[in-house]
Write a new protein. Structure first.
Length: 737
């Protein structure tokens, strides 16, 4: 007997069917999750023990929703057969589409024909046939996988990339996808084959497994292949172990790790190899026999409580050439630091230990270790003292050099008072009074070599009082789309006559340069060891247009005048070595986040000749992007900068489409030894699930530096798979005898 019923009686029928059905069905409802369904028509065949729902069928069980044109439920076998536009929605957001499905075990297991799956992250599967196992695994035959989202205008369009395999298994409980007999297809074209392959499904960030390899080609190292294994040891601990094999060198070992504590974190990266190298001795190249070489970089942070934190930065290498030779880093000076900080309202404290390793092949400087440096700043509340605020700065510094190098200890304390007041007619005044006490102790002084008759150790005490007054008078006028401002500014500094030719060694105040950013400060020396005494006056003008849409154009021009004609403490070339300083200025502008320009200049106070020019600019003109950085600076007497510098760095890019871009860069030295320093050209593709770039780069350097000559760099990034990189040196551009 077959019973049919219309849609409006479905819910009543389901209730009665559950209560009065034969015992096997009633037992199933008790032991398993109940089934709720709605359909246009429902029929029950008592002889075949089946329930057939047709027309907009929706069946819900255990958080899974099945929709189809027709669903047949076999009571005896606990089997669901669905046909016609079948869609199964999983509790985790995955959606399976099929032509025909057969499920049992609360729709946890079954067989599928014409499978099309959309995962929660947008990834897609297709398969001729599939099998669902315990709701934790989907096995597919003649299947494809891609993380690329379907094109809305053309859903049948080939994705940027996909994997086509004879068999694909989606291990949902492991968040992993595996393949047998698989081809990697790029824009529909097969480009690589593998008998077996496995990768995460993109829903988890960390999982043990081999990382994508990278390939390199170097004229000295030969062909190199790098492979790493990522080890997810624990939720708070992981490690990376790998090797980089070369055809012309012994393999390099790679080791890295990360550890997360409740209030702290620690991570490091290292490499090691046994190899020889080329060194320069008295201007001659010399080969150093094979030796252990390597590096380690690391950092750590500890949030002790809401006020205190501590950290470390580690950077060490066995020799000067290692990092550049193996393309690990191009840093000139490696910095190692151990520090502790305290933040409390307006107050701040830091204590640190610093050690430096100069890895420049030539022109190395004697970098002292900082053991220790401490600084504390205490800032009072506004209007808390004589209608102004007090500040107290304390510092302690120890510089240590190896063997007979100069060692310096310095302690400083500065007490200051600041106040701002605005007159009734709009004159803005800032008044600052301060007094600083410095105590120096120097051992093995550079200025007292053996046989000079001068003491190798000296202690100096210096008091440095300063009064500084700054006044600004802004004139502003509002327009419909912008505001125009003209602001004359003037400042006066007065201090006592300080003897800068004392026995205090100059460690931190050698590189003195005046510019628009520091001309209005009371002391233009960058450090503590030298101070600006007697007094000076500064005057300038700032004018600009400031758009209501955040665009602006601003011009500043200023100069200072020193009150004392004698005993000028500033070195020649600094711009402050005459009574009238050089003119400094800045022109900056921006518009619509597409055009930016910042030009800083310094002109001689005597004849307006050029002393320094710096330009940073960027423009985005439709699809064309242009940027330029230009520097010209004269030599600074008494410093390591003993010759003029001039350099131009230009870059250009053009967006061919929304996804494709071509780019180029040229770095040219226009100074004492002019010539090309670096040039590169390349293109990029940036898509929703695929990006890659190819760059050809030429860099001109010395043999001993370890830098490359002409290099090809290739990188491809695949969503859910990772990045593949390849680099190669094709031409050695260094000079040879």
């Amino acid at each position: 007997m077959v019973l049919s019923i219309s849609k409006k009686y479905v819910l009543f029928f389901v209730l009665a069917f559950v209560l009065f059905a034969p015992v096997p069905l009633y037992a199933m409802k008790v032991d398993k999750e109940p089934v709720d369904f709605v359909a246009d028509r429902l029929a029950h065949d008592e002889e075949k023990q089946t329930v057939t729902a047709t027309g907009n069928v929706e069946l819900t069980q255990a958080g899974r929703v099945l929709r189809a044109e027709k669903v047949v439920y076999n009571i005896a076998t606990d089997t669901v057969l669905a046909e016609g536009n079948v869609a199964l929605m999983e509790p985790n957001g995955d959606v399976h589409f099929a032509d025909k499905v057969q499920f049992n075990d609360e729709m946890r297991s079954g067989f599928i024909e014409g499978l099309r799956t959309m995962l929660a992250d947008g990834s897609r599967f297709t398969a001729e046939k599939g099998r669902r196992v315990d709701a934790i695994r989907t096995e597919m035959e003649q299947a494809t996988y891609t993380p690329c989202k379907a094109c809305e205008k053309n859903p049948d369009k080939e994705p940027a990339w996909q994997i086509n395999a004879k068999r694909v298994v989606y291990h949902e409980n492991e968040h992993r996808i595996s393949y047998d007999d698989a081809w990697f297809e790029l824009f529909g074209v097969p480009v690589a084959y593998t008998p077996y392959f496995s990768h995460p499904d993109g829903t988890i960030k960390r999982k043990s497994g081999f990382l994508p390899p990278s390939v390199s080609l170097d004229s000295e190292l030969g062909l190199g292949i790098t492979e790493r294994y990522y080890w997810d040891i624990a939720p708070s601990l992981d490690a990376t172990i790998g090797v980089q094999a070369f055809t012309q060198e012994l393999p390099m070992g790679l080791l890295g790790g990360r550890k997360r504590f409740n209030d702290a974190s620690l991570e490091f990266d290292s490499s090691f190899i046994y190899s020889d190298r080329v060194d320069s001795v008295a201007g001659q190249d010399r080969t150093v026999d094979e030796e252990f070489r390597g590096h380690i970089f690391g950092e750590g942070l500890w949030d002790i409580n809401d006020k205190w934190r501590a950290g470390l930065d580690l950077a060490l290498t066995t020799d000067d050439q290692y990092l550049r030779q193996y393309n690990i880093s191009s840093e000139d000076v490696l910095e190692n630091e151990l520090y502790v900080e305290r933040f409390s309202g307006r107050d701040y404290f830091v204590g640190r230990l610093l050690s430096f390793q100069d890895v420049r092949v030539s022109e190395q400087t004697d970098q002292p270790d900082v053991l220790p440096e401490m600084y504390a700043s205490f800032i009072g509340r506004p209007d808390s003292f004589l209608t102004g605020r007090l500040n107290l700065d304390l510092s302690l510094l120890g510089l240590r050099r190896e063997s007979s190098g100069q060692d310096v200890n310095r302690a400083s304390a500065e007490l200051g008072w600041k106040k701002r007041y605005v007159t009734g007619f709009g004159l803005v005044n800032d008044v600052a009074l301060s007094s600083r006490l410095d105590v120096y102790n120097t051992r093995d002084r550079d200025s007292a070599p053996a046989g000079s008759g001068r003491s190798s150790e000296d202690t100096e005490v210096r008091l440095y009082p300063v009064a500084y007054w700054t006044s600004r008078y802004p004139f502003a006028r509002d327009y419909e789309r912008f505001q125009a401002v003209i602001e004359p500014v003037g400042a006066v500094m007065v201090s006592s006559d300080i003897d800068n030719d004392t026995d205090i060694e100059n460690e931190d105040s050698q590189d003195v340069q005046i510019d628009a950013s520091n001309i209005l400060t009371s002391n233009r020396f960058p450090g503590f060891d030298r101070v600006e005494d007697v007094g000076h006056a500064t005057y300038g003008i700032r004018t600009g247009l400031y758009g209501h849409d955040a665009g602006h154009a601003e011009v500043f021009l200023g100069q200072s005048y020193r009150f004392d004609d004698n005993d000028n403490p500033f070195p020649e070339g600094s711009g402050l070595d005459d009574d009238n300083s050089d003119y400094v200025g800045q022109i900056s502008a921006s518009y619509d986040d597409k055009y930016h320009m910042n030009y800083r200049f310094q002109l001689s106070g005597a004849d307006f000749s050029s002393e320094r020019h710096e330009l940073d600019s960027y423009a985005k003109i439709f699809r064309l992007g242009l940027s330029a950085r230009y520097l010209y600076a004269t030599a600074l007497e008494g410093t390591d900068i003993d010759e003029s510098r001039e350099q131009l760095d230009g870059r250009a890019s053009y967006d061919l489409t929304d996804d494709w871009r071509v780019r180029s860069r040229v770095l040219y030295d226009l100074g004492y030894n002019p010539g090309l320093r670096k040039a590169s050209a390349g293109f990029d593709y940036v898509g929703e699930c695929l990006n890659f770039s190819l760059t050809a780069q030429r860099e001109l350097t010395d043999d001993e530096s370890g830098d490359s000559g002409t290099e090809l760099l290739f990188r491809i990034g695949l969503k859910n798979l990772g990045d593949f990189q390849a680099s190669g040196l094709t031409v050695d551009t260094s000079d040879s005898d």
